[in-house]
Design a protein around this ligand. Structure first.
Ligand code: DQA
Length: 146
C-alpha cells in the first residue's frame, strides 16, 4: 500500500498564479499539484485548501485517524496568527513540514514569526513551488530512516 501524505494550503493560496505573481510566481496551484503528483508516483497525495481556519482544523484533525503518515502545510498568514492551528498540529502525531513559497524572513517583520514552527518537524521557505516537492521528499526520507 502506498503511504498517504496530505498537502494543505491555507487562506489565499487558492489563487496562486493570479495573486501577487511577483512574490508567489506565475504558476497556478493546478500546475504545481499536477507536477507534484507526477514526481511522486510511489505516494498517494491528498490535497485540501481552505480560506477558513475552522475548516482547516476539521480536516487536519482527521489525518492521523485516516492513516496519513505525513503532512505538508502552507498555512499562509495563519502561521503568524493562529494558536488554534498550532494546537491542532501539536496534537496530530505525524511528521509535518511547514512550507512558505516566499522567503518570509526577507519580508515584513510580522512574517518572520511562525507560531507553528516549534510544533512541526521542519520548515522550508523561499523556494517557491519546489518547496512542496522538497517537503514531500523530506517526509519520505524520514519514513525510511526516522
Ligand atoms: C506564504 C507567506 C505568508 O506570510 C502569507 O501570508 C501567505 C503565503 C508563502 O507561501 O510565502 O499567504 O505562506
Amino acid at each position: 500500500m502506498k503511504p498517504v501524505i496530505a498537502v494543505v494550503n491555507g487562506p489565499n493560496l487558492g489563487r496562486l498564479g493570479r495573486r501577487e505573481p511577483a512574490i508567489y510566481g506565475n504558476r497556478s496551484w493546478e500546475e504545481i499539484w499536477q507536477r507534484l503528483v507526477l514526481d511522486f508516483p510511489e505516494v498517494e497525495l491528498e490535497y485540501f485548501q481552505s480560506n477558513h481556519e475552522g475548516a482547516l482544523l476539521d480536516y487536519i484533525e482527521t489525518l492521523a485517524d485516516r492513516g496519513m503518515v505525513g503532512l505538508v502545510i502552507n498555512p499562509g498568514a495563519l502561521a503568524h496568527q493562529s494558536y488554534a492551528l498550532r494546537d491542532c498540529l501539536k496534537a496530530l502525531g505525524v511528521s509535518m513540514v511547514e512550507v512558505h513559497l516566499s522567503n518570509v524572513h526577507a519580508r515584513e517583520s510580522f512574517r518572520s514569526t511562525s507560531l507553528i514552527s516549534p510544533v512541526v518537524t521542519g520548515q522550508i521557505v523561499g523556494f517557491g513551488p519546489a518547496g512542496y516537492r522538497l517537503a514531500v521528499q523530506a517526509l519520505l526520507d524520514r519514513l525510511e530512516a526516522p
